[in-house]
Design a protein around this ligand. Structure first.
Ligand SMILES: O=C(O)c1cc(C(=O)O)oc(=O)c1
Length: 295
């Protein structure tokens, strides 16, 4: 949905109320903020220009869905200027933490300032439609430099480059979180080539986590996202202590079919069928990674 300025709205205004009630303290561990542009302009290199989706809208969504905290992941449209993310964290009264995108030339003092602002990880994005370049050697240098802060890295790539990503991922000296499971083709099922290769990655070290997110991006059939559920539920059961969940609101680039966040929440009990799995996915795991001092 584009406005008169050509700015895209990628989130629905017709939100359903989910049937599923998240456990107390649930964390939406993958979401973004856009702007507001007047205060926090988008990057000159942004590949999409969204309408404003600031912290007030995010917190209204959170209340509606029954979540308590958010992890805000710096969106590619803001480049390496993390001010919009830091602003949202700052006004959240301790209920948000974040993942930054940094220029590899960032100083140690600037990294310290990000830590004080609630950042606990750095994102490396390998999607050509979102970023111009992804310098692996410089990213590895950043990964080494954030080790002293106790941070992790979040990596976003698509399934077709998993093989070529392996040496890079193997060399990262801090915990690794893979966005959206590295975008498998969920129609292949739980034992298809993409999920099998992804499990081999998870098996390669015990500090690789993943976000079991984005049925809307990965399952074109739409709600109730049957192929996504069939492919992802065994993953949640096999790696219950290394999975995170998030809405992905405001759903960057979902221009044609706007996901209903209520329907996304209703996928949770389908991929995490027991109260214990739900508590790990929504509370214990994200708290360990983002609020370790409270665990
Ligand atoms: O697939 C995407 O388009 C997408 C984009 C971004 C971003 O622009 O940062 O983040 C995501 O998690 C997913």
């Amino acid at each position: 949905m584009k406005d008169a300025d050509g700015r895209i709205r990628s989130w629905t205004l017709e939100l359903s109320r989910p049937r599923f009630t998240p456990p107390p303290g649930a964390v939406d561990a993958h979401c973004h903020v856009f702007g507001p542009q007047a205060e926090f302009p988008f990057s000159a290199k942004a590949k999409y220009l969204p309408q404003d989706a600031g912290p007030d809208a995010l917190f209204a969504l959170r209340r509606h869905l029954g979540f308590s905290r958010n992890v805000i992941v710096q969106a590619s449209c803001h480049g390496t200027d993390n001010r919009a993310t830091l602003h949202a964290i700052a006004v959240s009264e301790g209920t948000c933490r974040g993942v930054a995108v940094v220029d590899p030339a960032i100083s140690d003092d600037e990294l310290d300032a990000l830590h004080s602002g609630g950042i606990r990880g750095v994102r490396f994005n390998f999607l050509k439609r979102l970023v111009d370049d992804a310098p692996k050697d410089k990213f590895l240098d950043v990964a080494r430099r954030i080790q002293r802060l106790g941070w992790h890295v979040v990596v976003y790539f698509e399934a077709d480059i998993l093989d070529e990503m392996r040496p890079f991922l193997d060399a990262i000296p801090v915990p690794v979180v893979i966005d959206h499971m590295g975008r498998p083709d969920v129609r292949q099922g739980p034992d298809g080539a993409d999920m099998t290769a992804f499990r081999a990655l998870l098996d390669s070290r015990d500090d690789i986590w993943t976000k079991v997110t984005c049925p809307d991006r990965l399952d074109p059939a739409g709600p109730p996202y049957a192929d996504f559920v069939r492919a992802v539920r065994p993953l949640v059961e096999a790696y219950p202590d290394r999975v995170l969940w998030g809405t992905d609101w405001p759903h960057p680039n979902m221009e044609t079919v706007l996901p209903d966040d209520g329907a996304l929440v209703d996928v949770i009990p389908e991929i995490a069928a027991t109260a214990e799995l739900q508590r790990k996915l929504l509370v214990d795991n994200p708290m360990r990674l983002y609020w370790p001092e409270e665990v």
